[in-house]
Design a protein around this ligand. Structure first.
Ligand SMILES: CC(C)(COP(=O)(O)OP(=O)(O)OC[C@H]1O[C@@H](n2cnc3c(N)ncnc32)[C@H](O)[C@@H]1OP(=O)(O)O)[C@@H](O)C(=O)NCCC(=O)NCCS
Length: 168
């Protein structure tokens, strides 16, 4: 499998950053952030199989030194898109990068004809739930014991954004 080409989508990125399609060459940077951000991070194999499956992956890069600031990975459905991973490097958090990445995902989903965006988030992940709520996502279901946790399992909250409603 060859690496995906760089495809700048500058208008969606905050000043000083640039959005690019992610591919295999970016995985070392992705894994550093992933391992710093999660107790249960995705592995290199998870990212490789996501690329092999044709999942959408975009990263936000610093225009100065080119380092990766954050990324999202999403799976396309027939008329929906499922956000699988949204992560901002710990040292770069609280600067609006996740909001930028969510907006980029929304634009891509609309371009691809999706009508709905879906995601799961840990019940305890207050900051992510706050982020998604602020972006218009609604909590629609709860999946019991969905995630591994340090003390057993943890529930997931399923959230969705109706793109037709959001665009109206
Ligand atoms: C959740 C995460 C993606 C947010 O990234 P970020 O770039 O810091 O978020 P932003 O700066 O774009 O914040 C946007 C909004 O999210 C919410 N938010 C983000 N961080 C927050 C925090 N620490 N506490 C409370 N709310 C927070 C706020 O509503 C914020 O808006 P505000 O700054 O105007 O108050 C980031 O903390 C992260 O990568 N965490 C680890 C991985 C993770 O949990 N990913 C989500 C998995 S579902």
């Amino acid at each position: 499998m060859s690496a995906l080409p760089h495809r700048p989508t500058a208008p969606l990125a905050a000043p000083g950053t640039r959005l690019r399609t992610l591919g295999i060459p970016h995985l070392p940077q992705v894994l550093i952030i992933e391992n710093a951000a999660y107790d249960f991070p995705w592995t290199r194999e998870n990212f490789l199989s996501s690329l092999a499956s044709g999942y959408l992956a975009e990263g936000l890069f610093d225009e100065g030194d080119g380092h990766l600031v954050g990324y999202y990975w999403a799976m396309k459905g027939v008329d929906e898109m499922h956000l699988l991973n949204l992560t901002v490097a710990p040292s770069e958090q609280r600067r609006g990068h996740a909001r930028t990445l969510l907006q980029a995902l929304r634009v891509r989903a609309l371009q691809d004809g999706a009508q709905q965006l879906w995601l799961e988030v840990r019940l305890s992940n207050e900051r992510a739930r706050q982020l998604y709520q602020a972006a218009g996502y609604r909590e629609v279901a709860r999946r019991r014991a969905y995630y591994p946790a340090r003390d057993g399992r943890e529930d997931a909250i399923v959230m969705s954004l109706d793109l037709r409603e959001a665009a109206a």
